[in-house]
Design a protein around this ligand. Structure first.
Ligand code: MLT
Length: 384
């Protein structure tokens, strides 16, 4: 009998399974002090790689030789189309509500019209098709022309070219979208969208349906929609304090907000106990290219003031900025000033990691038998 690795007490109940071991993740992990690793590589060492090299790392466990990458790219290019019927159906979806709903419906549509029913095939297919699915969903919602897909241009190059974002130089979008995409592929096994996707797939739902469920999980403001909310918060701070605000002004405003029980966005994380290294990478990019942008200036002031103010409350275990504190401001500074699409961009990226995690649980775990249907225990409490 193995030594227990975790003992469950009543205190663990009704805490969202926080920190509770559930299984193995073969793609990435989050160290509370060092942040995100894809395989055994810290995220800071992967920023210079091409997006598909990073995808290959997550999928195959290594960055891939020149020849391996050539074959991987060629394979994905072949898979990167959508049937006419799928595209047409996405273009008839209602535009009411948040675009994440269109995205989730688009994935369900793909499950009906594109699924092979084989997790490995669907995992690679979905990774290849996701730029087109997202470009179709956003273009439909925005009323933009969807340009023809040409995956040979590059994973994100093609995505940017499919979107007809008005009045924005493509190089700006490309610079930010490329890095945004790489930094959001995966975040360990236990984040809500990954967990939900794996749970749904454990009932043997097809990959597209499981990923649609993941994206509904990501849609919540405590998870992926936090990037949109953080941007709104940063904008509000800018509106309240003006472009010439000092770090002292920001500190005081944050103290007032906390005293009034108002929410302060962009700080803290379920696992991290330092500034999120993904945020650090974004801050550097923002300083390098957009240091005169008022929104970026405010995000940088918040980076300085927030931890100082939050540390005044000993109950706050992580007063440091998370990735959402800056990602929205950066997207906006690049000219993509459409906050309601930020979670969709997050989802487009996270689909990669979750699909690979699902593939492991369905086809490789437990000597190929796969993880059984998720079935945790709840104690009966009766009416309260
Ligand atoms: C993230 O990217 O920070 C997450 O998906 C949230 C988490 O790790 O729980």
């Amino acid at each position: 009998m193995d030594e227990p690795i975790f003992s469950v007490t009543k205190e663990h109940l009704e805490t969202g399974l926080r920190g509770y071991p559930v299984g193995y993740c073969t793609t990435s992990f989050v160290d509370p002090q060092k942040g995100l690793f894809y395989m055994d590589q810290p995220i800071s060492q992967l920023v210079e790689l091409d997006p598909l090299e990073v995808v290959h790392l997550l999928y195959s466990g290594n960055v891939g030789s020149k020849e391996e990458m050539q074959a991987f790219r060629a394979d994905l290019h072949k898979r990167a189309f959508l049937k006419e019927e799928t595209l047409k159906t996405i273009q008839t979806l209602p535009k009411n509500g948040h675009p994440m709903k269109i995205f989730a419906c688009a994935l369900i549509t793909c499950g009906m019209l594109e699924s092979t029913g084989d997790y490995k095939e669907d995992c690679l297919n979905l990774i290849a098709k996701i730029p087109l699915i997202v470009a179709a969903a956003i273009s439909h919602h925005a009323g933009w022309k969807l340009n023809l897909s040409d995956p040979s241009k590059g994973y994100i190059e093609n995505f940017v070219d499919m979107l007809s974002v008005p009045d924005t130089p493509k190089e700006e979008l490309l610079r930010v979208f490329k890095i945004f995409n790489k930094l959001h592929y995966d975040h360990g096994g236990g984040n809500l969208s990954a967990f939900v996707g794996k749970s749904v797939a454990s009932g043997l739902e097809d990959l597209y349906g499981a990923i649609a469920a993941s994206m509904c999980a990501l849609d919540g403001p405590r998870h992926g929609k936090a990037n949109q909310d953080c941007l709104e918060f940063t904008l509000k701070m800018l509106e309240e304090l003006g472009e010439n605000a000092t770090v002292g002004d920001v500190e005081n405003r944050l103290r007032d907000k906390l005293a009034n029980k108002e929410l302060v966005y962009g700080f803290g994380h379920a696992v991290l106990r330092v500034e999120d290294p993904r945020a650090s990478i974004f801050y550097e990019l923002a300083k390098k290219h957009y240091s005169n942008n008022p929104l970026i200036k405010m995000a940088l002031l918040l980076r300085e003031a927030g931890p100082k103010v939050l540390k005044e409350n000993p109950k706050i275990s992580n007063p440091y900025p998370n990735v959402d504190a800056i990602s929205g401001a950066l997207l906006s500074a690049s000219g993509f000033n459409y906050p309601h699409y930020y979670t969709v961009l997050f989802g487009m990226s996270r689909v990669v990691g979750i699909s690979i995690q699902i593939l492991y649980e369905r086809s490789i775990a437990r000597g190929g038998k796969g993880v059984p249907i998720y079935r945790p225990k709840y104690f009966f409490k009766g009416k309260v």
